[in-house]
Design a protein around this ligand. Structure first.
Ligand code: PLP
Length: 393
């Protein structure tokens, strides 16, 4: 079974580029050039130099002694929370801005929901001295004020999207519109393994550094690059893709993606796409998404802003359909409890997205010698308000 993208931009039945005709030239330029550019030795050298010196890679793979004892397994945490800006998202924005430079672009646009991708984009634009505009739903700007101010401090212009629900979908529409009008000088940085081909594959390649490092680190610590399990939370799916990537063809490694069940899968307030979704087109690719009988996208809900997305990337839709990745979900309460548990057992306050992956430990049965890697996608500083409001600690 092939789990990576084919020549036409598909993962099995999912993927492709479903875009307005006016975007063809932009997407075509990317599609034709991205593989050549990212395989250039000078690109690889600069990418890895920045990941090392600026982002702080390799991030540690840290044995979790107390958690291991509690769940009777050998549990390791891949510490993406220690990346500059506090999460894995910067791996991708570094890669894309280097690509944009080589394509001769002078300006960057992005869209953001919770603001995390916006901050990661604003950061690399400051680093590279590039002009940056981030589109954000007006409602999200009110809900995520600290990230709006972070982007502004970094010199990025944050433009409110005032149509529709004034959230992520509307920001995406505005960004697309901007790109159609400025195709020559602008690159659009998408923040997860979503969007039209070649974005999902491009983002997957930049994030794959996570599993590349896990293999080397496990070899050193366990004498074997292959764990029994890899666990990661799934919003669009980029941190999970990064953690799974180099294990996809090794079927003896169990891969587990964790989605947000919000207030419960059947509550009408969740983001559990594989449980509830059907095939459709979202953000330019064919994938699984939560939709009504007549194809309207259902407004997702999760306590965690980064998992609050109505779809998943096309690669994950394929991994779900083929059974290569097992998808499980965790509710708001399960995630919050798991976040507190990690804080108390290992001294790490995780992002609430990541806490969903931690919550799965309670739902699994391990053998005592099983090696389990959990991708710790981000740190909890940004979520302090949510922890405080939840209050049960
Ligand atoms: C954005 C984000 C996620 C969800 O995005 P993916 O593309 O699914 O990785 C998960 N964790 C953190 C910390 C995030 O910031």
């Amino acid at each position: 079974m092939d789990y990576t993208v084919n020549e036409q931009g598909y993962y099995g039945n999912f993927g492709g580029a479903y875009i307005p005709e006016m975007l063809y030239p932009n997407i075509e330029e990317l599609r034709e050039s991205y593989m050549n550019i990212i395989h250039e030795p000078s690109f690889q050298e600069q990418f890895h130099q920045l990941l090392r010196d600026y982002v702080g890679r390799p991030t540690p793979l840290c044995f979790a002694p107390r958690l291991s004892e509690r769940y009777s397994a050998r549990i390791y945490l891949k510490r993406e929370d220690l990346c500059h800006t506090g999460a894995h998202k910067i791996n991708n924005t570094i890669g894309q801005i280097l690509l944009a430079k080589r394509l001769g672009k002078q300006k960057i646009i992005a869209e953001t929901g919770a603001g995390q991708h916006g901050v990661a984009t604003a950061t690399v634009c400051a680093l590279m001295g590039m002009e940056c505009i981030v589109y954000m739903g007006q409602l999200d700007m009110e809900r995520q004020r600290p990230n709006v101010e972070r982007m502004r401090i970094l010199g990025t212009k944050v433009v409110p999207a005032t149509s529709g629900n004034m959230t992520l979908k509307d920001a995406t529409n505005e960004a697309m519109r901007h790109w159609i009008n400025h195709p020559a000088d602008t690159h659009y940085i998408i923040g997860s393994v979503v969007g039209p081909h070649p974005y999902p594959d491009m983002v997957a390649r930049f994030q794959s550094v996570i599993s590349e490092e896990i293999k080397a680190q496990l070899t050193e610590k366990e004498g074997n690059p292959f764990p029994d399990y890899v666990l990661a939370c799934v919003g669009g799916g980029s941190n999970a893709t990064g953690a799974f990537y180099h294990y996809l063809d090794h079927e003896h490694v169990h891969l587990i993606g964790v989605e947000a069940a919000g207030k419960g899968i059947d509550s009408g307030a969740s983001a559990a796409t594989t449980a509830l979704g059907k095939p459709g087109v979202l953000h330019g690719s064919k994938t699984l998404l939560m939709q009504t009988g007549d194809g309207q996208v259902v407004e997702p809900y999760s306590i965690s802003a980064g998992l609050d997305y109505p779809g998943i990337g096309p690669m994950h839709a394929h991994l779900f359909e083929t059974g290569r990745v097992q998808f499980i979900s965790a509710t708001d309460d399960e995630a919050m409890q798991a976040g507190i548990e990690l804080s108390r057992t290992e001294g790490i306050i995780p992002a609430i997205e990541t806490a969903h992956a931690m919550a799965v430990l309670k739902k699994m049965e391990f053998d005592t010698d099983d090696v389990v890697v959990i991708n710790l996608s981000g740190r909890g500083d940004k979520d302090l308000e949510t922890y405080i409001r939840w209050g049960k600690y």
